[in-house]
Write a protein that binds this ligand. Structure first.
Ligand SMILES: Nc1ncnc2c1ncn2[C@@H]1O[C@H](COP(=O)(O)OP(=O)(O)O)[C@@H](O)[C@H]1O
Ligand SMILES: [Mg+2]
Length: 242
């Protein structure tokens, strides 16, 4: 499949930035590509100038029309509105601005994803804070659903945990209690997977038991062809977090 036209996307982004950040002089050389993304994924950029504007831009405008106008719009909407709803959560970045129906911008977190650390390199306090902030997110009726991915948790340069990539999250507000609990537990085992893979200390017995118990449920999903996964995918298309 042909590649995205990054030059064209960049030029669109620059004019959107000029419109939405009119207090700043937008300069071409400050915009760089972080991650191109396949057609059904966003292209991710960073805009950093020496005037305190340091933002991430997630964009679907370079995807084919059919993707841009279905998944693209849905993902941008879910990601932006979830982050706005969670703006009082210390592990969620701020400054969300919708640049277009296919493009959202938010503050860049200086740091690195925990997948880039080696095994046993991160202190326990990091994961305790992450766990606490994931619980806070659940209290606002949002589940992330992609926390098992070690690329979605960033350690800022101050050592604080940040959660990114809210495009797969859903609102649990109208879900049955049992399902809500399963989804929240799924997020929590995501946190514990990160902990097991990167923390300098192992999980304590209570968390380890919780993790193992949930692994049994996950195995069942695999055997049954991920019915929950399909259900969530369907829900994502129905729900937005306005
Ligand atoms: N707020 C942010 N601060 C810093 N880097 C970010 C931020 N959001 C995304 N990134 C970078 O862009 C990459 C892709 O972003 P992500 O939201 O995970 O998209 P994808 O859907 O492609 O996984 C991340 O792995 C990270 O390197
Ligand atoms: Mg990601």
């Amino acid at each position: 499949m042909a590649k995205k036209n990054i030059k064209e996307i960049k030029s669109k982004i620059l004019s959107m930035l000029a419109e939405h950040y009119s207090d700043f002089k937008i300069r071409k050389e400050c915009l760089s590509l972080i991650h191109e993304g396949q057609f059904a994924n966003a292209a991710v950029f960073r805009y950093k100038d020496d005037n305190n504007l340091d933002i991430t831009i997630k964009d679907f405008s370079g995807s084919p029309w059919i993707i841009r106008n279905t998944l693209g719009k849905i993902f941008i909407n879910i990601e932006g509105h979830s982050m706005i709803k969670l703006s009082d959560n210390p592990s969620v970045t701020k400054g969300v601005v919708f640049l277009s129906p296919y493009t959202v911008a938010f503050n860049f977190i200086e740091g690195k994803a925990i997948k880039e650390f080696s095994h046993g390199e991160i202190p326990k306090e990091f994961f305790l804070t992450l766990e606490e902030n994931v619980k806070k997110m659940h209290k606002r009726n949002i589940v992330h659903l992609d926390l098992r991915n070690l690329g979605n948790v960033i350690m800022s340069k101050e050592g604080y945990p940040y959660i990114i990539d809210f495009q797969s999250c859903i609102s649990t507000k109208h879900l049955p209690k049992k399902l809500r609990k399963i989804l929240r537990d799924s997020d929590m085992t995501g946190v514990y997977k990160c902990w097991k893979n990167r923390c300098s200390e192992p999980l304590d017995k209570e968390r380890e038991d919780f993790f193992n118990e949930f692994q049994k449920i996950r195995k069942l999903w695999v055997l049954r062809g991920y019915p929950l996964h399909r259900f969530v995918k369907h829900l994502k298309e129905k729900l937005s977090h306005k």
